[in-house]
Design a protein around this ligand. Structure first.
Ligand code: GLS
Length: 839
């Protein structure tokens, strides 16, 4: 009965279970069964979505054994578990990723084929969960993948937003937002744990009293109680048994109906409370790196953090452990300050609910938390108006006062007389209105603080967190970001994966440093050709999509010059546009000029309320309209804005890039992760010495990177010396011509006002030093164009980029977090420990 057969890359037994079997036959049966038993359909009437669901459930069934075994092992074991607290997870579609991590892609492809289905067609049907804004949320997703792949026990906690990041459409060149109703057709990847919920208090007041033993006690009488219900999604590691849990909380009313109001005829009031409660997890705030001081945002943060901490305490106590040992069970990472309220919430739970004393509680709290900072932008540093904060979290405000009182007593002695420093460190900021400073709370409540790239970690110590660094230098470290090679090469670039693996085997998928084995083929003409063929095929595929989506024909042989990321002034998409205009004007003056044909591809969302970012999108589209349709250009330049940038689209775009635009003002981009994905897929970078670009350039070699622009130090000096952008405009004819042309209405049907706000800000308040970096950027672009003409040289540079990017795997980042911050180790999961199906 147990005789083994080999099919593809894995073993299976002849009589497999229909729920877990991995052979083509069993997979076929499972898909057909699900179509009937889950979707209640038969082939003649089944829709594409029915088939997608049938397949998704078949794949999920095959994860369950690993998932249940992993959970069991963690719950029974004594190992320390990582708890990642993040308000955002930008996971991307699950199906193809799970097929790869399970190692059954080929089998499922064949099963589908034999059923007359096309796997790609089903994969494309999945609506991705867009529960994040950009890099920060995507990083959390890459880290979850690496934690599972490295077999580290971990739980990701977050919010199950009913509506994720909005869908972007472009109308008349402008961004328009549409709601992201990702749950519309159901979500086969999650399991609703209706029985697993926690109550979260909001508002109200505090009663103080002395109990019988003479202890001073606090009782929080809330205005509102919200229920958080757990929704779990398995996160499977690559070809391991470990499947960790992503637990997202949905907010609900504890009782769905107020019958008293209903009976009294107050129908609206009767349902009101339900609506208020459900609103908390309703929608993701669509701002990246911009704080939103709204009450609902604070409620969201507190809601998910409180549910998560209560959940961890439950898990810990259910193991028969003592509450005093909480920090031995959980290492909690704060993904930015969004969950920083956790510091106070854990204090409250330990003291008010579990009756520990202050010192014991504070000791546990600081040993539990660690904090990652993701930005230097002052507008992103979270603060909460004190009054608003107190109205939502009255007990927490009391605790913050007490934490701060004790802390300031200490600091006053330590920095005696330095009142500025003492006031900088305070958890409460003064100014026009008093406010709670979340970064200070995160720093004080954590035993470790890190930045996300070497330069960023360094600047943190020198600027925004300088006083904290002086106070506790031992807390600070750098953990350079990374990305998962599973999604960002294996899944999104299968042809490149095949080519690489043919040369150096498959080991690189788990140990990305092995890519270095490609270096020795960088000069090999045959390999270069194969390499560039893969690139060309990816470009053709993207060209097809562009044609279909936008009706713009682009030349796959042209240089694909790509800038894809959130739209922000500091990321300087408009600097890129100025280069496009400069090239266009060169052609207009001399239509027969020899120039390297380029396709400029932009994609990215703007925060809906960020006017200048929206204007940048309009500018890109307006310039595109003129350039793409001018007969003098003869198709040598094309400008494309690909709408609705998300994980799904990114997977199609990165593999097709020749040139990667990483052109932020030095000192502004904390790390960037798109820069890593592009270079890994063989794009050459044109970039500033900002964020992780610095380390990328070090790794790939300066001769394989087009560097330009001021350094972070020079940016600071230039500003301090009284930077006047207008002087650059006056003295640079190309720049002047481009700006004047925009202002003349050349790109806006002669309307001189369309882009005025943008050009005025560049002329009179160029905070991000576009004009200062313009000339240097143009020169670097010329070098890139020159290099592109030499096909062999370009191929070699491209191969070397991929070969030397091994450092930027999220596996490397996660290992550093595990060893240096969390002190956790791998715990391989025994799958035999679970017997699910009784025969
Ligand atoms: C960000 C930074 O802007 C990025 O540079 C960084 O790569 C990312 C992940 O660390 O975090 N911070 C933020 O608020 N959004 C981001 O993308």
């Amino acid at each position: 009965e147990n005789k083994s057969n080999t099919s593809g890359s894995h073993q299976y037994t002849e009589r497999e279970d229909s729920r877990t079997g991995l052979s083509v036959e069993t997979l076929k049966k499972a898909i057909s069964n699900n179509l009937f038993y889950v979707q209640a359909k038969y082939p003649e009437i089944a829709t594409r979505n029915d088939y997608y669901m049938a397949l998704a459930y078949a794949v999920r069934d095959r994860l369950l054994q690993r998932w249940v075994a992993s959970v069991k092992q963690y719950i029974q074991g004594k190992e320390r578990v990582v708890s990642y607290l993040s308000a955002e997870y930008l996971l991307g579609p699950h199906l193809a990723n799970n097929l790869i991590n399970l190692g059954i892609y080929k089998e499922v492809e064949q099963a589908c084929e034999e059923l007359g289905l096309n796997l790609d067609w089903l994969i494309e049907k999945e609506v991705e969960p867009g529960l994040g804004n950009g890099g920060l949320g995507r990083l959390a997703a890459c880290y979850m993948d690496s934690l599972a792949t490295l077999e580290v026990p971990a739980i990701g906690y977050g919010i199950r937003y009913q509506f994720g990041i909005f869908e972007q459409d472009i109308r008349d060149g402008w961004q328009v937002e549409d709601t992201d109703n990702w749950l519309r057709r159901g979500n086969p990847w999650e399991i609703a744990r209706r029985e697993l919920s926690h109550d979260v208090k909001l508002g109200g007041h505090i009663q103080h009293y002395i109990d019988r033993s003479g202890k001073f006690c606090s009782n929080w009488i809330p205005e509102l109680v919200v229920k958080g219900v757990a929704y779990d999604t398995p996160i499977l590691g690559y070809k391991v048994n470990t499947a960790n849990t992503l637990r997202l909380w949905k907010s609900e009313a504890p009782h769905s109906f107020d019958f008293q109001s209903f009976n009294a005829g107050e129908y609206n009031n009767a349902v009101n409370q339900k609506i208020i409660c459900e609103n908390i997890s309703k929608v993701l705030y669509p701002n990246d790196e911009q704080r939103e001081g709204k009450i609902l945002r604070l409620q969201q943060q507190y809601f998910f953090v409180s549910c998560s901490l209560q959940d961890m305490i439950n898990i810990h106590l259910n193991q028969g452990e003592k509450i005093e040992d909480f920090d031995k069970k959980f290492a909690v990472q704060l993904n930015d300050t969004h969950p920083a309220i956790g510091v106070v919430e854990l204090m409250r739970l330990l003291m008010d609910e579990h009756l520990l004393d202050w010192d014991t509680s504070w000791n546990i709290t600081t040993k539990t938390f660690a904090y990652t900072n993701h930005t230097l932008l002052p507008e992103a540093l979270e603060t909460w108006d004190l009054e608003l904060f107190g109205s939502v979290l009255p007990r927490h405000l009391e605790l913050i006062y007490e934490i701060n009182r004790r802390f300031l007593d200490f600091v006053t002695v330590r920095f005696f007389g330095d009142n500025q420093k003492i006031s900088n460190l305070s958890l409460i900021g003064e100014g026009k209105r008093k406010h709670v400073r979340m970064a200070n709370l995160a720093c004080l409540g954590s035993h470790a603080i890190n930045g996300v790239a070497a330069l960023h970690s360094d600047l943190l110590k020198k600027t925004v967190l300088h006083d904290w660094y002086e106070l506790s230098p031992e807390k600070f470290s750098n953990k350079t970001n990374g990305v998962t090679p599973r999604r960002w090469i294996v899944l999104s670039n299968p042809n490149l994966t095949k080519l690489i693996s043919e040369k150096i085997g498959e080991g690189w998928i788990k140990d990305l440093e092995e890519l270095r084995g490609l270096e020795k083929y960088a000069d090999d003409p045959e390999f270069q050709q194969a390499w560039m063929k893969v690139k060309l095929d990816q470009k053709k595929a993207l060209a097809k999509k562009i044609q279909k989506r936008l009706g713009v024909k682009v030349d796959p042989e042209s240089m694909f010059d790509i800038q894809v990321k959130r739209i922000h002034e500091y990321k300087r998409q408009h600097l890129n546009v100025l280069h496009v205009i400069a090239l266009y004007n060169r052609i207009k003056k001399n239509p027969d000029l020899e120039i390297v044909p380029r396709t400029f591809i932009f994609a990215g969302k703007s925060a809906p309320g960020y006017r200048k970012a929206k204007l940048i999108i309009k500018l890109i589209n307006s310039v595109g309209e003129v350039v793409n349709n001018d007969p003098d250009v003869r198709g040598r330049l094309k400008v494309v804005f690909y709408p609705n940038y998300n994980v799904t689209n990114a997977q199609k775009i990165y593999p097709a890039a020749d040139l990667s635009e990483q052109i932020s003002t030095a000192g502004k981009e904390a790390s960037g992760t798109g820069n890593m994905k592009l270079s890994l897929n063989g794009a050459l970078t044109i970039g500033t010495l900002d964020g992780a670009n610095v380390e990328i350039r070090e790794c790939v070699g300066e001769e394989n990177f087009f560097l330009f622009g001021l350094t972070a130090d020079e940016v600071a000096q230039t500003k301090a010396a009284g930077y006047k952008s207008k002087e650059y405009y006056e003295s640079n004819a190309v720049l002047k011509e481009a700006i004047d042309q925009i202002n003349s209405g050349y790109f806006s049907h002669l309307d001189v006002n369309t882009f005025k706000e943008l050009t005025d800000s560049l002329m009179y308040d160029d905070q991000y030093l576009l004009f200062a970096d313009f000339q240097s950027y143009i020169e670097a672009q010329e070098k890139a164009a020159e290099a592109f003409k030499h096909k062999e040289m370009w191929a070699k540079m491209s191969i070397l980029n991929t070969a030397r990017m091994g450092k930027f795997s999220s596996d490397r980042s996660i290992k550093e977090y595990c060893d240096e911050i969390w002190k956790v180790k791998s715990v391989p999961v025994e799958i035999d420990s679970i017997k699910i199906i009784e025969k």
